[in-house]
Design a protein around this ligand. Structure first.
Ligand code: ZN
Length: 262
């Protein structure tokens, strides 16, 4: 079974095909940096985020962890510097003036599957002592689990659920997978994505930018079964597939300023 040899061969291939072109692009970016988004997503090896977003050199700050979680300020402030995500937000949105922050979850997420499995046992500290992944999920996954618990057979497991956007005044309703295309753990993964927007908005250093519309928050979902990418539309109150037909409506909903520019 190939292991590190596969990676070394990949690097040799990169040196042969891509390196010279990339170094040229690195130079351009160094002189004129204009990054476009901070993109939180899962570490899952199937989530080829730079490929499906067609990200080029200098465009995207990718931040990856198990379950694309951004700790809420209430938790991270108890352990300042203990997690990387707040620092990534500052580096992206404050130091580099990035305007768009995306949280992208995915289907069959092993972290979200685990969160789904432990959702009725979220205070089991003994179980965390030998599972850092479980500890991470118990520490940061409770709001997601609480929101997900509001889905029931009475509302077809779709809601609506209410999430906070950029500010408390920007709350929005969300119907989770109303066409019932995804499993319950995948629905939890979609809820988790939306919940992280609220966590991002909890950071005081972003508050003014969020209020002035200088930072916008977006949720996306990558379906590893079909390769389709969805974006949450606040107007439609659900995740909508990103495709040619939906492009204009999604853009208008995500950032009307860019519609005027085009
Ligand atoms: Zn995942």
């Amino acid at each position: 079974m190939p292991g590190i040899s596969h990676m070394l061969k990949g690097i040799l291939r990169y040196k042969k095909i891509d390196q010279v072109h990339l170094v040229e692009q690195f130079k351009q970016v160094r002189e004129n940096p204009e990054p476009l988004s901070v993109f939180f997503t899962c570490i899952d090896s199937r989530v080829l985020a730079s490929r499906f977003t067609n990200s080029q050199v200098g465009e995207t700050f990718f931040v990856r962890n198990a379950g694309n979680i951004v700790p809420h300020v209430k938790i991270s402030s108890k352990d300042i510097g203990g997690s990387t995500e707040p620092g990534a937000l500052e580096l992206g949105c404050v130091v580099n003036n990035i305007r768009h922050v995306v949280v992208c979850g995915h289907s069959d997420c092993k972290a979200m599957n685990m969160l789904y499995g432990i959702k009725h046992d979220m205070c089991n500290h003994a179980a965390c002592s030998h599972s850092p992944l479980r500890a991470w999920l118990q520490k940061h996954g409770a709001p997601t689990v609480k929101k997900f618990a509001k889905l029931s057979p009475e509302n077809n497991f779709s809601g609506p659920l209410i999430f906070q956007g950029e500010t408390e005044e920007n709350s929005f309703a969300a119907y989770i997978d109303p066409e019932n295309n995804f499993s319950l753990p995948d629905k939890l993964s979609q809820v988790n994505c939306l919940q992280q927007l609220q966590n991002i908005a909890s950071y005081p250093f972003l508050r003014e930018k969020l209020m002035r519309d200088e930072v916008r928050l977006h949720a996306m979902f990558f379906d590893i079964y079909t390769g389709n990418v969805y974006m949450f539309s606040r107007k439609e109150k659900q995740f909508i597939e990103i495709c040619k037909e939906n492009y204009n409506a999604l853009l208008k909903d995500a950032d009307s300023l860019e519609v005027n520019e085009e």
